[in-house]
Every structure is written in C-alpha cells, then in structure tokens.
Design a protein around this ligand. Sequence first.
Ligand code: SF4
Length: 381
Amino acid sequence: MLPSSVYEELGLGSIREKVLAGERLSLEEGLRLFECPDLLAVGALAHHVRTRLHGWTTYYVVNQHINYSNICVNGCRFCAFSRRKGQPGAFELTVDQILEKVRERLHDPITEIHIVGGCHPDLRLETFERLLSAIRRIRPDVRLKAFTAVEIAHFARLEGLSTRQVLERLRAAGLDMLPGGGAEVFSPRIRGLLCPEKLSGEGWLQVVREAHELGIKTNATMLFGHKETLQERLEHLDALRRLQDETAGFVCFIPLPFQPHNTKVDDARGTTGVEELKTIAVSRLMLDNIPHLKAYWVMLTVKLAQVALHFGADDLDGTVVEEKIGHMAGADSEQALTRWELERLIAEAGFEPVERDSFFEKVSGERGGANADTAKERGAA
Ligand code: SF4
C-alpha cells in the first residue's frame, strides 16, 4: 500500500480508509477509482485486498477447453465465434468426436473440462446429458464445468422446460459447475445495442440464482471495453455483488477485455493495457464478497495477465490447450500453456503457484503443482 499522503492528494483518502477497514465501496467510490489517473495507486489498493484474501498464493488449473459447436441462433455483434448453420466456418462436433478429444488427454492430470458452445438450433438436451455421462465414465476424476446461463436458458426454450429443470437434469448427468460466460454487461441499453436476441441481464442473473439455489456453483464474467459506460460497468459489478450476498454461489470473477477483430461492433477500438489493469483492480475492490478474480491470459495476453497478479488477480486460469472463442476475435495469445509455464509466470511475478481444481480446492499429492509432471514438461528425466 502506498502512503496515505498519495491517496489524500488524489482525493481517495476516504476510500483508502474504507479499503483498510474492509468496508464496502459505493458505486460513486468505484467511479472515482476508475477516473483516478494514477493506475499504480488504484492497483496498490487492489493488491492490498488480494493479499489480505490470498496472501502470495496464485492459483492455476490444469484443464481442457472444448467448444462443441459455434452454430448459434443469436447474433451478438461482439461475437466473432458464432456462425449460422451452413455458413462457412460453422462447426459442430458429434458426441463421439468430443469424447475422442477427452480420450486424447487421458494421460494428462487435468482436473477440469470446460465445455461451452453457441445456442445451437437443433442439439437437444438429451445429447448433452449423454455427453456429460459419457465423459464422467471416461474421466470420473475431473470436474465438468459446462454451459453458460445463456445456453441453459436456450436448452429450456428448446425443450419447453424450466431452466431449473434443465439444471437438475444436467446435474444428474454429471454437471459440476457453470462457467461465467454470457453475462457481458447487464445493462439493457448495451444488450439492446449489441446482443438484443440474447438472454437479458435479469435472465442471466435468474438462471445463476437458480443454479446457486440447487448447490451448483458458478463463475461470473464481464465483457468490457465496447460501448459500455463506466457507470454500466459498476452497475454490472454491483448486480453480481448483490446476488452473491443472497446466494454465496460465485467462486470466481473473470473480467474479459473485448476483442474487436472480426466482430460487428462499429468504431470498435479495443482496450488498452491501462484500462484492463484498472478494470481488474476496481473489480477486486468492488467485489468484496467474491473470493477469486481471474486474469484470463487468453484474453489479456500472457504478459499482461502476469502483471495483473499485482493488480488484484489471484488466478491465472489454466493450460486450456485449444481456445476458439477469444482467438476467433483476434486474441493473439498462445493457444495453450504448460503447467511449467504457468508456474514460471507466477513465480517470476513473485507469487507462490498453487494448482487448484474448479472450486479452488488445492490439488495435492502427485497431481499437485511443482511435481513430477512439471519436471517432465521442463524436459527433466
Ligand atoms: S456470444 Fe454466445 S450467444 Fe452470442 S452469438 Fe456468440 S455464441 Fe451466440
């Protein structure tokens, strides 16, 4: 933490006091943090909170991402991933093809499989139940983190079921957790501009509330840097904070900088590094009840994600292996990182790398970090 005189000069003295006392910040205080020209002063406040929560631990996960299809009935303007059925670039994996991808990595000590796709017009809930059950049989040891709240609502519409019924059926088939995607920015103005066909912000929060009530934990995201105002960003964070007060079901928050390439957003400028770091820091400071904050290297780039560990983030996500959603929008990060690379990035930033599972439980024993697998990846005997 920087000296109090620095914050007094910036007009943030009272905010510093509240952060030190662990008190909740208002939206107006969040706005003052966003508008503060001193990035390092804001970052130091977030770093104080991050170290109070997690010390010098930084988490990572050994995981596998699978996108089952990019065919989608919605036409979100910020999305470079989706295609209409029959359009060039559209893809759709069969259950067998997905299982093949899972089998290809049976030798890897992964703890999580992350599965998402577009809102496909024909794929039925029964297919996804079959898929989850089959993966569960092949890899009973992994956590299945699958389907955003938007996909859950889409399945419900297709099947004529309630979203709660869809969640119950998927959980019975093996679902452990929902990822946090599809939240974007909850503002109706922004959704009207950029994704009018998509599940509303209220709808997203309701599906997630139901998941939490059923004991299914979730993550939460915010896509920022397109057309939203700082106030709309803060209102998004506040809606998550209020739901977390109710349910305590969010595990991790993931701020996602908008990737403008190949999208239909007019005047898309893309985010700057300063904007990304400040949004991470302000998110850490506002979300006082969500335990973890992820620097998602796929969207931030590996190097900025490493720096973000000093601006409030305590997680670097994972090995990933094959990422399509960000890369089709121009993300120029790597496609995969090894466990050793993740540990090195974390250690060089001055933190202690700890391998986690989807729920941020420490992975221990032979599978844990800094173990034989790491040595193998380094090329040791
Ligand atoms: S963001 Fe999701 S819902 Fe929107 S078009 Fe892309 S895949 Fe479909």
